[in-house]
Design a protein around this ligand. Structure first.
Ligand code: UD2
Length: 336
């Protein structure tokens, strides 16, 4: 019987948490419906008990939670622009799924749920850095959905006594992040394109900034959140980030050095729902979890570029898109 359940186990963040748990010798169950998760992300994770299933089905949630002590809830339909295009799908895969999972966790006697929140909950408030006491003003349907999930999570602590921790992730990046969709995180897209010698596009003037957080920091925070004493952390919301920020223009310049790309970026109009600046105050996670970033932005970018280079993803996509062009097909809309 598995001690841990990781939802969204075939996604970038879920698979990274699973890998760390396995390294520690833990027993792990993973679940994914492959809506955005990738089967190839499960390679190397053969030690887990894997369920293919959709958490919009309450019975699937019950099966997933059976016998489990701690849940890391990473499953979601991420992306601000995707939520602008499909708010209903985002709500279903972020909010409905979370309520179903919490209800199953309660019924099946799960002790603790660690929830993947999002910095998008803060929305476009000018105050920097963002701290957890600030009123949230989510702008995109995605931000609203992730915040609604947080409220459900905290309600299940107050009303039913389920132990919960909300970690508000700030722009996570690193190995295994899907680089091939229009909805992919910007750093994954830029790494793929720049390694393939393709021109990346910056939406807006490039002076928007993010607290880009390397995946190892997020995995570290999750493990701390699972282990921390209940009286200290249950029902709490904590930023999970580095506490710094970089503009996209700065980030492009660092990536140019790391990838060897020689061109300039293209600029296109800003995307609707986009937030200008984001930077976390991480003092609450430091105080309550003993959290500290383990890998800084630049080192994280270096490792990420090396991973994409070694994985051959950039070149594979390049070959595929060249074949499509030769066959006369139009570029697949999934490729950013
Ligand atoms: C939001 C959340 C983040 C996470 C993520 C999940 C904020 C501040 N952050 O990330 O914590 O939940 O959603 O999807 O709300 N961009 C380009 N070119 C591209 C792709 C993106 O310029 O090819 C821009 C984009 O317009 C934005 C920035 O890069 O200004 C970051 O975009 P993103 O999609 O990587 O992440 P973001 O900030 O929406």
């Amino acid at each position: 019987m598995a001690r841990f359940l990781v939802t969204g186990a075939a996604g970038f963040i879920g698979r990274s948490i699973v890998a760390d748990l396995l390294r520690r010798g833990e027993t792990v169950r993973g679940i994914d419906n492959f809506l955005t998760g990738k089967r190839e992300n499960l390679v190397g994770l053969e030690g887990i008990e894997f369920l293919e299933g959709d958490l919009t089905d309450p019975f699937v949630c019950m099966r997933a939670c059976a016998g489990v002590e701690i849940v890391f809830h990473e499953a979601a339909l991420a992306s601000v622009p995707r939520s602008v295009a499909d708010p209903v799908g985002t709500n279903r895969n972020c909010v409905d799924v979370t309520v179903n999972l919490l209800e199953a966790a309660r019924e099946m006697g799960v002790r603790r749920v660690v929830y993947a929140g999002s910095s998008s909950a803060y929305g476009d408030t000018p105050t920097l850095p963002k701290h957890e006491e600030m009123p949230e003003h989510p702008l995109s349907p995605y931000g609203v959905a992730k915040l609604a999930g947080e409220h459900y999570v905290r309600s299940f602590t107050r009303v039913y006594g389920l132990e919960t921790v909300v970690l508000r992730y700030f722009n996570v990046f690193g190995p295994y992040q899907d680089p091939a969709s229009y909805y992919s995180g910007v750093l994954a897209v830029f790494c793929r394109k720049m390694l393939a010698g393709e021109q990346p596009t910056i939406f807006g003037d490039g002076e928007q900034s993010r607290d880009f957080t390397y995946i190892d920091n997020v995995v570290h925070a999750n493990l701390l959140a699972a282990e921390a004493p209940v009286e200290r952390v249950s029902g709490q919301v904590m930023n999970t980030a580095t506490g710094f920020r970089n503009t996209l223009n700065e980030t492009f310049r660092i990536l140019r050095e790391l990838t060897g790309y020689r061109g300039d970026p293209a600029y296109a109009p800003a995307r609707p729902g986009d937030i200008r600046d984001s930077q976390a105050d991480i003092s609450r996670a430091v105080e309550l979890l003993g959290y500290a970033p383990v890998v800084d932005f630049r080192e994280g970018l270096r490792r990420t570029v090396e991973w994409y280079r070694a994985s051959g993803i950039a070149t594979k996509n390049l070959v595929r898109s060249r074949k499509r062009v030769r066959r006369g097909a139009s570029a697949a809309p999934a490729l950013a």
